[in-house]
Design a protein around this ligand. Structure first.
Ligand SMILES: [Zn+2]
Length: 111
């Protein structure tokens, strides 16, 4: 998957994850190059997200984009999202960033 089209089934799954974690938490995971959606462990206890690095290592070779949910309804990345995103050529790849709310999904950084 070398474009940033998100199939409708994955949009619904992401919105479902946003709803499942509730209004005070975030869910997170990755999209793989072949379009699969993986949910990874969120280690944050402060309402944001911090992907378990062991989880990320297991899927890193296939990762095309990182997704997380926003309980506040905004598709805009927070300052922390932007600062912490490994978008700039880590291991020779540019990762996308996808943000989902309970009723929409946005691609912030295409991959
Ligand atoms: Zn965020």
């Amino acid at each position: 998957m070398d474009c940033y089209e998100i199939v409708q089934a994955n949009k619904h799954a992401l919105m479902g994850h946003a709803a499942d974690v509730g209004p005070s938490a975030e869910a997170c995971g990755v999209f793989t190059h072949n379009g699969l959606l993986w949910t990874l462990t969120n280690l944050s206890e402060h309402g944001e997200f911090r992907i378990d690095p062991n989880d990320l290592l297991r899927v890193w070779a296939w990762t095309a984009a990182i997704w997380h949910t926003h309980p506040n309804g905004s598709l805009r990345p927070s300052t922390r999202d932007t600062a912490g995103h490994p978008a700039n050529n880590v291991d020779g790849k540019r990762l996308g960033m996808v943000i989902a709310t309970t009723d929409d999904v946005g691609v912030v950084i295409p991959w």
